[in-house]
Design a protein around this ligand. Structure first.
Ligand code: DGI
Ligand code: FE
Ligand code: FE
Ligand code: FE
Length: 187
């Protein structure tokens, strides 16, 4: 599928506000890819598709998680986590993406994972710091991202974990593993 067709199809899956966010993630992911030596085309493709399943009904996401044999542990954590692995499935099935690196960057863009690839890090970080994002700490994340994708991403996970703690919510183990591993990578 060509890029324009893909963009039209993805934008039809979401409200205008989320499409604007997606455009911001695309722009930011490409800048970060060039800055840190990842492939800008893979970054662009993963960014276009990263939130493709964000507005799917939870029942539909749950069915795919079960049918596709994804970790059912997901179902016992925040529903906000579900659109990432479901999005990777949709990217492959409905958009013909075969690049496993792109699919993994989509799959782990919310939770992170241990041993994140550079592309995983870039898409996850772009999602935190695209120009439309405004939350406490986002300026610091953008500043850190000038020099270190790892430091910036740790700050991003820190803000998510702090938010989850304040809300009394559970933390998905992959996010803890991702953060621990990034800190180790810096040592
Ligand atoms: O889809 P977006 O809104 O662009 O961003 P995202 O895919 O990073 O989703 C972030 C949401 O997921 C945020 O509201 C926090 C929520 N969430 C719930 N539990 C967890 C979690 N995020 C992470 N990283 N880890 C969790 O355990
Ligand atoms: Fe997302
Ligand atoms: Fe994210
Ligand atoms: Fe997003």
């Amino acid at each position: 599928m060509n890029r324009n067709t893909m963009m039209e199809k993805v934008s039809a899956e979401m409200p205008a506000k989320r499409w604007t966010h997606t455009l911001g993630v695309m722009e930011t992911a490409v800048i970060l890819a060039k800055r840190f030596g990842a492939d800008p085309d893979q970054a662009d493709q993963a960014a276009i598709l990263h939130d493709v399943a964000k507005y799917w009904p939870t029942s539909k996401m749950e069915a795919i998680i079960r049918e596709q044999g994804m970790p059912e542990e997901l179902l016992r954590f925040d529903k906000e986590l579900w659109h990432a692995p479901v999005g990777a499935f949709v990217a492959e099935r409905d958009y013909g993406i075969a690049d496993i690196e792109v699919l993994d960057a989509i799959r782990y863009h919310t939770s992170g994972r241990e041993r994140m690839t550079l592309l995983d890090k870039i898409v996850c970080l772009a999602d935190y710091m695209e120009p439309g994002r405004d939350f406490p700490g986002v300026h610091k994340i953008r500043e850190l991202a000038e020099h270190s994708v790892e430091k910036a991403l740790i700050a991003g996970f820190d803000s998510t974990i702090s938010y989850l703690l304040a809300q009394g919510k559970r933390i998905f183990p992959l996010t803890v593993a991702a953060r621990n591993d990034l800190i180790l990578q810096l040592q």
